[in-house]
Every structure is written in structure tokens, then in C-alpha cells.
Design a protein around this ligand. Structure first.
Ligand code: SF4
Ligand code: SF4
Length: 195
């Protein structure tokens, strides 16, 4: 579902001699979505369309798409958390075996971090992951989230503490895709449910 509205790799600009022309998706599309996916889409819509700056690329894909609801698992949305009782050593213990591979974020239907790449006369928006070691690496060489524990902590707090403040709900539908995809079995739902 996510890649339909927020593709892994989307051409967003073409540079011409004296201007840069934005490229928006124009084709009419349709997609079948389960109740759980619909809930995840609600997160993406709040992030990309609400607030001061609506994302025109995401908006164009929504405008041209017919959503067909189908049967499936209902969302199992965890509540917002404070996670104040978590110490640095708890995050270190949880992420001891993390490979920083980013799979959990790529399969997550609500994760929406991105980066830009340029090739020839085109600029692309591509998925990125807050679990990658270089995600927050500054040009100076300083990295404010240089450890796996700091990055996983940010991922959890973003979904369950910051997004409820910023968009009015948690950034999770409870689908469990992240823990099923994780090669070392790290389960974000266990972390938030036991916190
Ligand atoms: S359970 Fe995992 S994959 Fe599913 S929405 Fe929540 S964080 Fe994303
Ligand atoms: S999928 Fe698992 S191992 Fe890979 S970055 Fe996510 S938590 Fe770490």
C-alpha cells in the first residue's frame, strides 16, 4: 500500500536549461486496501497532507487513486506512550543484536523518511531509514544518533510519543510487519506494550 502513494523511488523534478520542472503522477490508479492498511494510510495522509505544507507529490497520487476497501485484519493500534521509564541501558539491551539493516522501516506501512538523489537532469525522492548509521550523520562528521540504541529509541519515540503530539495519533497500525521482517526478531510492539 505505502509504495502506491509514496514510491520507493519517485522522480520529482527534471532540470531544464533555465528552470526545474516538477513532475507529478497523473495516471488514474486504483488499489485494494485492508482495514489495517487503511489505518496506516491515515497516518501517511496526516503526515503528508495536513499542516502548513502539504506534499504535492503525495497529494497528486491520492487525487488520482480510487481506494477499494477489502476484508482483512483490523488495525490493532497501540496507545500513545511516554516511555519515560526507559533508561539508556534498556535501549542498548533491546538493540544488542540489531543489524541496522532498515528492513523494519521499509516494510512499515507508516514509516515515511526519505532522501533525495540526483542523476543526469533528474531528481528523485527515495526511501531512507532512521535505522541506518548514516541517517543523521552531519557533514562535520558529528552524528547525534551514532548508536543503534539511539536510533531505535528515536524510531519508537517518533511513532508513540512525537507523532501523537504532532498529528494526533500514533504512527503505527499494529500490523507487526516490522517484527516479521526483522532478521533478529526485534519487536517494537513488545517494547511499547511492556513499557
Ligand atoms: S507494527 Fe511495525 S510495521 Fe506495523 S505499523 Fe507498527 S511499526 Fe510499522
Ligand atoms: S529490521 Fe531488525 S535488525 Fe534490521 S534495523 Fe530493524 S530492528 Fe534492526
Amino acid at each position: 500500500m505505502k509504495e502506491h502513494f509514496f514510491p520507493q523511488n519517485e522522480k520529482i523534478l527534471t532540470f531544464r536549461e533555465d528552470e526545474a520542472a516538477a513532475e507529478y503522477a497523473e495516471d488514474a490508479t486504483e488499489i485494494e486496501v485492508t482495514p489495517s492498511e487503511l489505518d496506516a494510510l491515515d497516518v501517511l495522509k496526516r503526515v503528508f497532507l495536513e499542516g502548513k505544507f502539504a506534499d504535492p507529490y503525495f497529494a497528486a497520487r491520492c487525487k488520482n487513486c480510487t481506494i477499494i476497501p477489502i476484508d482483512g485484519d483490523p488495525p490493532n493500534v497501540p496507545p500513545a506512550r511516554t516511555l519515560k521509564n526507559f533508561e539508556a541501558t534498556d535501549w542498548e539491551r533491546i538493540t544488542e543484536t540489531c543489524l541496522a539493516c532498515g528492513q523494519c522501516t521499509f516494510v512499515c506501512p507508516t514509516c515515511h523518511c526519505f532522501d533525495f538523489r540526483e542523476s543526469g537532469k533528474s531528481r528523485f525522492r527515495v526511501w531512507d531509514s532512521c535505522m541506518f548509521a548514516k541517517f543523521t550523520l552531519h557533514a562535520s562528521g558529528h552524528n547525534p544518533r551514532g548508536t543503534k540504541a539511539e536510533r531505535f529509541r528515536q524510531r519508537v519515540l517518533h511513532k508513540f510519543v512525537y507523532l501523537p503530539r504532532n498529528i494526533g495519533r500514533v504512527g503505527c497500525s499494529g500490523c507487526g510487519e516490522c517484527s516479521r521482517a526483522c532478521p533478529v526478531g526485534i519487536d517494537i510492539l513488545k517494547v511499547v506494550n511492556f513499557s
